[in-house]
Write a protein that binds this ligand. Structure first.
Ligand code: DGL
Length: 289
């Protein structure tokens, strides 16, 4: 895997340095391929207002969904290295694609705790279903990895899972086409087949998709429950911080810092409003192509 030397150094030293007492005051590091991971950030801010968050959206290389495992692993290690350079005390992979394909490598490489969004999403689905038929939508890479099938089966092997890749959703969302006739017809095209499976629960298996929640719900109708990973991921992070004694000191007020790997798009501001987040000034971080 071709990782720049300074990132390799940071990742390596994170594996060898002992935990320091002030580590709990450090930010939670969160990354996604773009702005979709802000849906997870919104849930983290709500549950853990005392925690600071450093978020990196890899807007220079979005979307990840059609890329190979080797590429997604390389991107994940590089972004985690950038977050460790910001003194992140743990890493939250707020991207289903990178969770499915990059988290195993990160768990091997990093000393800080790492969590993805697949297991939390699977838990939400298992809790919500009554009929035992669950639909999962995500990027092509996430769907091909069958990570949701495995995670759901581990929780309850009786459940049936039907998956559908929706590769055009991420570019439409990054473009800001949230309420748009073109997006509505793409939703209809991808989800028609899903309706025939008679699922009662649909997992939004990509952290971008909650931004299309209203449009998707309109198409599938009120009888299908839409679930996503955001809240359960926030709960998993809360547990992780307690387990590693990394919870921010009492009374601390958490800050949110957002960095992108390419210039900020106008849609960041739309997402900021939709998710009720205060993003403020956006930093720029450089990644390899
Ligand atoms: N938010 C990412 C995910 O959850 C989008 C992946 C992509 O960039 O295609 O999978």
């Amino acid at each position: 895997m071709c990782i720049p030397p300074f990132i390799r150094l940071i990742v390596k030293s994170s594996k060898t340095k002992p935990t320091k007492p002030n580590e709990a005051a450090r930010p939670i590091g969160v990354f996604d391929s773009g702005i979709g991971g802000l849906t997870v950030v919104a849930a983290l801010r709500e549950l853990l207002p005392g925690e600071s968050i450093f978020y990196i959206g890899d807007t220079a290389r979005v979307p990840y969904g059609g890329k190979s495992q080797a590429t997604i692993e390389r991107y994940s290690v590089e972004l985690a290295g950038l977050l460790l350079a910001e003194r992140a005390k743990c890493i939250v992979v707020a991207c289903n694609t990178a969770s499915a394909l990059g988290v195993p490598q990160l768990k091997l490489d990093l000393r800080v705790p790492v969590t993805g969004v697949i297991e939390p999403g699977a838990q939400a689905a298992v809790k919500a279903t009554r009929s035992g038929k669950i639909g999962v939508i995500g990027t092509r890479a996430t769907v091909n990895s069958r990570a949701y099938e495995r995670a759901i089966e581990e929780l309850d092997s009786e459940l049936e899972v039907f998956s559908e890749a929706c590769p055009l959703f991420v570019p439409l969302i990054e473009e800001g086409w949230i309420e748009d006739a073109v997006t509505d017809s793409v939703i209809a095209r991808y989800l028609e087949k899903m309706l025939q499976h008679d699922v009662d629960t649909l997992v939004l298996g990509c952290t971008h998709y909650p931004l299309l929640r209203a449009a998707i719900q309109r198409f599938v109708g009120p009888k299908i429950t839409l679930v996503d990973s955001a809240q359960n991921t926030a709960l998993a992070v809360q547990k992780l911080l307690k387990q590693y004694k990394l919870t921010a000191p009492k009374k601390s007020v958490g800050k949110l810092q957002v960095a992108l790997t390419d210039q900020s798009t106008g849609f960041l501001r739309v997402a900021e409003q939709a998710l009720d987040l205060q993003v403020g000034d956006v930093l720029l971080r450089t990644v390899q192509k």
